[in-house]
Design a protein. Sequence first.
Lengths: 568, 91
Amino acid sequence: MAEGPGSLADLLDLDRLASLGVDLDGEAVTDGSMSHTWHEYARQADQVAMALQAVGVRHRDRVAIRLPKTAWSFVVVHGILRSGAVVVPVDPLAAPDHAASVIADAEVSAIVTDHRLRAATDLVTTIGVPVVVAEAGTSWAQSLHDGGVEVAVVADDVSASAGLPPVSPSPEDDAYLIYTSGSTGRPKGIVHTHASALAYADAAASHYRVGPADRAASVAGLHFDQSTFELYAAPLAGATVVVVPDVVLRFPASTVDLLDREQTTIWYTVPHVLRQLVERGGLDGREWPAVRLVKYGGESYPPALLAELMGALPKAVVSNVYGPAEVNQCTAFELPAPPVGDEAIPLGAAWGAAAIAVVDPDDRGAEIDVGVGELLVAGPTMMRGYWNRPDLTAERIIEREGGRWYVTGDLVDRFEDGTLRFVGRSDNQVKVRGQRVELEAVDAALAAAPSIHGSGVTGAVAVVDRSDPAGDVVVAVVERPDGSTDDTPIETTDGLANETTDRTANETTDRTSDGAAGFARRLVAELAAVLPAAAIPTRVVAVRALPRTTSGKIDRLAAQGLVGSHSA
Amino acid sequence: MSLESTTPAALDDAFVTDLVSFIEDEVSAIDDPIEASSDLLLTGAVDSMGIVLVVQWIEARLGITIDPADVVLEHFISVDAMAEYLRGRLS
C-alpha cells in the first residue's frame, strides 16, 4: 500500500489516490442526483477551504457544518479539513435551540450552511460568527458583509483553487467533534484527532477489505459517528460514497431504490433503518447482486428480524459493529448464518485496533476472564477527550496498567473464546424489589413477544417508573402509530404482573375485553413466561410515536418521561 | 373521531385543506405555517413517523390502501404532490 496520509486533510490527495489504482475521473461521491469525480471532489473541497480562509478561519479553529445531507455536504466536510480547521457537524433537522447550543459550546469560528437553512433560523446573527453559504452550482464569489457578519459564497470554479496555502494539520491536532445529547441535556462534544480518526479509518478499511471497487452507502447523518466510515474510511481506501440524502431516507421505498440503482456494495446503519427497508421499502423484492457487506450497530437487532434481512440479502456478509463514538468501533461479529432462535447476536471479539478488558465495575483492576463485567477499551481509535469538559474526560478515560482506557459504561458477558455479548448499560441496570434488572433484557423479550407482531406495534421499549412510592417498577412503552387511540397514552394496569409477584394487587380498572386491555394482558403474560418476576412490566403504555434520537434509536429516557408524566 | 364514517372518494378542495390542517396540527414539529405547495421534507415538518401518520390519514379519509412501494419522495414532498399522485391512482 502507498504511504498513508498524515492527516484527514490528505485523504483527497490525488497522487495518493492514483497510487491506489483509483480512476480520478471516476465517481467519488454521489447522492443520486449530483455526482463528483475525485478531481472535482478535491478541487471543490479546496474552494470551500479558501472561502473559509477568506473569512478568517485559521488552522485549528472549529467550523460548524449545518447542511442537508447530500454529496455536497461531503465536499464541505473535506473543505473544512483542507483549511486546517476542525469539523463540527450539526444536525440540519435539529431544533434551532439545539443547533445553537452545539455551535456555542464548540466555540466555532464560522458556520457553513445554505441559503434556506440560513433564512429559516437566525443562528448566525445571534452568535455573530462568519457564515459561509456553500451551495453547489452557484458561482464563486468573494467574501462580503451581510448583516454584520462576513459571508462567502462557494461554488465550483476550475481556476479558483490555485491559491490555497498549504495547511498540514499534525496527527495530534483535533479533526472533528461529534456531539451527543448527554443525559443531563447539555451537549457534550467528543473530540477526535487526525490520528484517532485515521486509526479508525485504516482499521475499518482493512477489516472490511474496502477498496476502489466499493460503493459505500452513507445513511447516517454527519452528526452521527457512523458517518465517519463513509467520510474517512471510504476515501482512504479509494471507495466511492453513495450518499442517501436525509429527505430520501424518510421514504424506505425511495431509499431501497437509490441503494439498488446506485449499485451500492456496503451498507452501514442502525437496525431501525434496515427494518424499515424490509417492512416498508420492498427490500426483499429485489436481487441485490452488488451488496457484499451490511454493517449494523447502535442498538441490538432482534434475531428473527435479522434473519429476515439476511434472507433477502443472501450474498451479503452481515457484521454486528459495536463501539461507542468515543472509540468509533472496537468489536465486530460477522454472522456465519442467519440467526435461529431468540438469542441476542454476539458483539464478537476485539478487532485489530482495540484492546479490551472486562472488569469488575467496583474494582477496575480486577479483570474478569469469563462472565459479566464492565467493558473498557484502549487503542489508537480513542478520542482525545470531551470538548472543554476535563471533569467528564477524567471520569471516562482512566489510567490503568500504564495505558489510557475508555470506560464504556456497558456491561458485557465474556465467553471462554473471548467473544462478548451485550448485557446492558450499567445505567440501565435498575433494581426492582432488590433484584437487578437489565432493561435491555426486557427490550429483547418485548421484541420477541408474539403479541407485538401483527398488532400494529412498530417499536417497544422498557423503562423504569420511579414515581411509585412502593419502589421502582418496569413499564413497557409500545408504539402503535395506527392511532387506535388518540394522542393520550392509554395505560393499562394489568393484574397478571401482580399475580406473579408478591405485591398487593393494584386496582385493576381495565380488565374488560376492550382491545387495549386485552393486548396489554396478552403481552404481559407472554413476558411473564420468559422474564424473571422483577423484570415483568407492571403496565403497558401505548403511544402513537416513541421518541427517537436523530439517529433513529429509541430514546429510552424520553420514553421514560412519557410514563412518569402519566403515572397514576 | 369520525374518519371512518366519511364517505370515500372525495379528492376535492376540502381534502387538500383538511390534509394541510392535519399536518399543521398533528404532524409538523415546526411552527411555520404550511401550504399545499410547501416542501414538507426539506424543512423537517414531516419526519419518517409523520409520513406514516399522513399515509394513515389519507387511507382512512379515502377508504383506500396505499402500497408501501408508492410511498416515495416524489409523491409526498408536498400536499399538492400527494393530491396529484392520488388523482392518478383514483382515476
